[in-house]
Design a protein around this ligand. Structure first.
Ligand code: GAP
Length: 521
């Protein structure tokens, strides 16, 4: 990673801790790798993300219903789903550093290095040739750019083939051929690459051995599949219909890095849409479109989001795509949309011996529905929103000078605090009393913060740093005519308004309903 990217990412993670968004888990015991706690502002932002997802995926959809299934499930579920046998990552140890890595991630990093080399050539040429530079032509014709792109493409194909075939020896050969070294100490002294199952497990009460082995679910989806008939019968939904849930998932990730991007305990927001066999590609396209709309409605720039088809299809899928977001460390998977065929329902039917079929009254026949799934990590969405919102900018001060502020330009509907109520002075009882009256009124509708400590400028900065879209200041005019000053986080404009006018403005800006208006399935 380039130094400025590392620095930016460090700033974002530092900011997240300093302002109560995310803390390392068990910090006083030196932390627990890839596990994090959400602080007071973090939990609000995370809840707002979940609320937006639930509103768009359940509340707005006549034919989608919710579920909250248990984390522990019968161990056979994970046999049927294929997780016991196939939920593996290729693991490799370095004999010198004693560090453990994912072989495919080391190879992906090597691909990124080739691409970065090509980009560097382009950057150098931009500097050299200035405004008249034709980047597209340069990329097509420059030998060094072409050579690096070719290396990246060939390596990506070789990696994809090895992963598809589960060929661990080939992954080992790639590490050797590419002379890939341990990022920690530069050693090439690797063990053989081997498969590592990512599921955590524990033991059920008084049952010892394999029979009592309970897995912590690695995805929430299986809780939906095994409840398919319960939900269909109790809600009398007709195919096509969906079941959605938000819940914790656990994966014993080998490489846990990049903050909350890859965690061992995380939260998923998943929806399984049950459809007639043969209709999967139409629904797959529909859900791709809708999910992209959901992201764009938050104001995320279009060029920071893209679709990326899977190079390798999982055993259960006949089509799969990621929505990637441009994190500070590059484009990475944010959400997956998968056409899962009838694999899961059929496997559970076979192993449990219970029928999981649907009688379609219009066709007058029974079948095992096909499934299109949308699956997004809540924590990854949180990181996307945090990194997209983090902004350092120079703004004019009250005294005519300039200063730098850190502001989170979060969509107001996601912001942890919607409005801060600030008495101009702390030691004027009339002002603090009037401010508290307003706070007590507004807090019933909005997430508010009352703050009287420090100079007003510093209080504004504190609110900017957590992304509060509005600050309301109570001053001496308030005591005379009931008006207050409303400051807008993004424009910095200050307006003199009545409290009722403030309420209207805040209501319309933070409204989830408005956000949902732009979405249509
Ligand atoms: N049910 C399908 C499924 O679980 P996945 O691509 O393995 O598919 C879906 O995971 C989403 O869950 C990912 O797009 C990502 O946002 C999130 N996710 C997966 N592993 C994660 C991890 N270790 N930490 C944080 N989020 C993760």
């Amino acid at each position: 990673m380039a130094q400025e990217i590392v620095d930016l990412f460090k700033k974002i993670t530092g900011h997240a801790k300093e302002y109560g968004f995310i803390y390392p888990s068990s910090e006083i015991y030196d932390g627990l790798s890839a596990v994090y706690d959400y602080g007071p502002n973090g939990v609000e932002l995370k809840n707002n993300i979940k609320q937006y997802w639930w509103a768009a995926m359940v509340q707005m959809q006549e034919n989608i219903v919710g579920l909250d299934s248990a984390i522990f499930m019968h161990p056979k579920i994970w046999k049927a789903s294929g997780h016991v046998d196939a939920f593996n990552d290729p693991l490799v140890d370095n004999k010198d550093s004693k560090k453990r890595y994912r072989a495919d991630v080391l190879i992906e990093d090597q691909i990124d290095k080739y691409i970065a080399k090509a980009d560097k050539e382009v950057e150098k040429a931009i500097k050299r040739f200035g405004e008249n530079f034709d980047e597209a032509l340069f990329r097509k014709t420059n030998e060094r750019v072409l050579a690096n792109v070719e290396k990246a493409t060939n390596l990506a194909t070789r990696l994809a083939n090895a992963m598809r075939e589960g060929n661990m020896a080939e992954l080992g050969a790639i590490l050797a051929d590419e002379e890939i070294t341990d990022p920690d100490n530069g050693s090439k002294n690797w063990t053989e690459v081997r498969q590592f199952n990512l599921m955590f497990y524990t033991q059920l009460g008084n049952i010892s051995g394999e029979e009592g082995k309970l897995y912590l679910r690695p995805e929430t989806a299986q809780g939906i599949f095994v409840n398919f008939l319960n939900v269909q019968k109790t809600t009398r939904q007709k195919v096509p219909f969906g079941i959605a849930q938000i819940g914790k998932a656990f994966r014993n990730e080998i490489v846990a890095r990049q903050f909350i991007f890859r965690m061992r305990e995380f939260e998923q927001m998943e929806m399984q849409f049950f459809i007639r066999p043969g209709e999967e590609m139409t629904w797959y396209d529909t859900w791709k479109r809708f999910r992209m709309q959901w992201h764009l409605a938050l104001g995320t720039p279009q060029d920071k989001l893209r679709f990326k088809d899977h190079d390798n299809l999982a055993h259960y899928a006949n089509a799969a795509v990621d929505i990637q977001f441009e994190f500070p460390f590059g484009f990475r998977e944010l959400e997956g949309i998968h056409s899962r065929t009838d694999f899961d329902l059929k496997s559970h039917q076979e192993l449990s011996g219970k029928k999981l079929q649907y009688f379609d009254p219009e066709l007058n026949e029974s079948y095992t529905p096909y499934v299109v799934e949308t699956s997004i990590g809540c924590d990854r969405m949180f990181l996307a929103m945090l990194s997209n919102a983090y902004c350092e900018e120079v703004i004019p001060d009250a005294d005519g000078k300039e200063s730098t502020r850190v502001v989170l330009t979060l969509h107001p509907a996601l912001a942890p605090v919607k409005i801060a109520i600030l008495p101009l002075l702390k030691n004027k009882e009339e002002l603090t009393a009037a401010a508290k009256t307003i706070y007590n009124k507004l807090k019933k509708e909005f997430s508010c913060q009352y703050d009287e400590k420090d100079a007003i400028g510093r209080r504004y900065r504190r609110q900017d740093a957590i992304g509060t879209p509005f600050c309301l200041t109570v001053d001496f005019d308030t005591l005379e005519n009931g008006t207050v000053t409303l400051r807008d986080r993004d424009t910095l404009k200050q307006e003199r308004l009545t409290v009722a006018q403030v309420e209207d403005i805040v209501r319309s800006k933070v409204s989830l309903a408005k956000l949902l208006e732009g979405l249509d399935l």
